[in-house]
Design a binder for this molecule. Structure first.
Ligand SMILES: C[S@@+](CC[C@H](N)C(=O)[O-])C[C@H]1O[C@@H](n2cnc3c(N)ncnc32)[C@H](O)[C@@H]1O
Length: 302
């Protein structure tokens, strides 16, 4: 099998599409949207920014999500509902005392700027340098203040994330909230394993880790998921194929061996039933895409 990892000179396309989905969601009327991400459109490359602008045009804008959904069924709806769920998890963790907020593979995520609670803690955005460079340029152009954020460039395949975070001022005695959203699916199993071990080594007990993953049975073909073929084709077309997944039944033991207790694990289909129902929306999430939350247990890092 040939595995294509992130190219050194290209910003991540899947990260840009995720930001587009958030921009399109933010163009909905206030009473019907899952969240508002006013920065999302400014973080997009020019071609996608145009699409986000069309989404803001009254009436005509509604065709944008419809077209995205025909091309890649449930990708957008799964993406925005995962944003809504993880926003709630971040707010809760910071309210419960997490004083550091780490975004691993941050892409064009704007939580550090749009969530009130994130402005009160130390934030670390960790990402591949090519994506991070593009984001920094657009952040500067947007005029948004990012003084509370430290930017850490890494390649998860080869770099020691723990050391890089500590060099940037991360304090392993302090409770943290770590979000690893939309990333492990693009990494080798070895890199996923290594990075879980590094995280276990720097997260103090009680720290929380949220990560998303693709159900591994969609990748090995042992279970048929309706939208899998088009979704896998779409990320492959963008040069970032899914190469890693967990089997949900194995996750609790995997995390427990690595110093984390699994608190929750749900599909974006379940999250959509919860959050979209509150808004009277019928959009479906996906059975193949999941959001897990875990707590660091065991001794303090040395
Ligand atoms: C699908 S995007 C998710 C971005 C963001 N977390 C979100 O959900 O909107 C994947 C992110 O992982 C990063 N990434 C992928 N492979 C990486 C690697 N080997 N090292 C560092 N970052 C990587 C990309 O730069 C990109 O920002």
């Amino acid at each position: 099998m040939i595995i294509h990892f992130m190219k050194d000179d290209h910003e991540s396309s899947t990260a840009a599409y995720m930001a587009l989905f958030r921009a399109v969601e933010s163009a909905r009327p206030e009473e019907g949207r899952l969240f508002s991400d006013p920065l999302a459109a400014s973080l997009l490359p020019t071609s996608l920014r145009l699409v986000a602008e069309i989404a803001q045009v009254p009436a005509i804008g509604r065709v944008v999500p419809a077209i995205l959904d025909v091309g890649w069924p449930r990708t957008r709806s799964s993406g925005v509902v995962r944003t809504r769920l993880i926003d709630a998890m971040v707010e809760e963790a910071i309210m419960d005392g997490a004083a550091q907020f780490v975004l691993l593979g941050a892409g064009f995520d704007s939580r550090a700027y749009r969530l009130e609670s994130a402005r009160r803690v130390k934030v670390f955005e960790v990402d591949h340098p090519s994506t991070q460079r593009a984001k920094l340029g657009r952040l500067e152009a947007s005029g948004e203040s990012f003084d509370h954020v430290r930017f850490v460039g890494v390649n998860f395949e080869v770099d020691d994330v723990a050391r890089r975070l500590e060099d940037a001022g991360f304090d392993k005695r302090v409770r943290s909230m770590v979000v690893w959203e939309g990333v492990v699916s693009y990494l080798s199993p070895q890199a996923v394993d290594d990075n879980f071990a590094l995280l276990a080594g720097i997260c103090s007990p009680g720290s929380r880790l949220v990560f998303t993953y693709v159900d591994g049975r969609a990748l090995d073909g042992s279970v048929h998921f309706k939208e899998a073929t088009r979704w896998k084709g779409w990320v492959r077309l963008n040069g970032e194929p899914f190469v890693f997944g967990f089997r949900p039944d194995d996750l609790e033991a995997y995390l427990s061996e690595r110093g984390f207790h699994l608190d929750s694990d749900c599909t974006t289909a379940e999250a959509a039933r919860r959050f979209n129902a509150e808004l009277g929306r019928a959009e479906l999430g996906s059975e193949l895409y999941r959001v897990a939350e875990a707590t660091k247990v065991g001794p303090c890092p040395e």
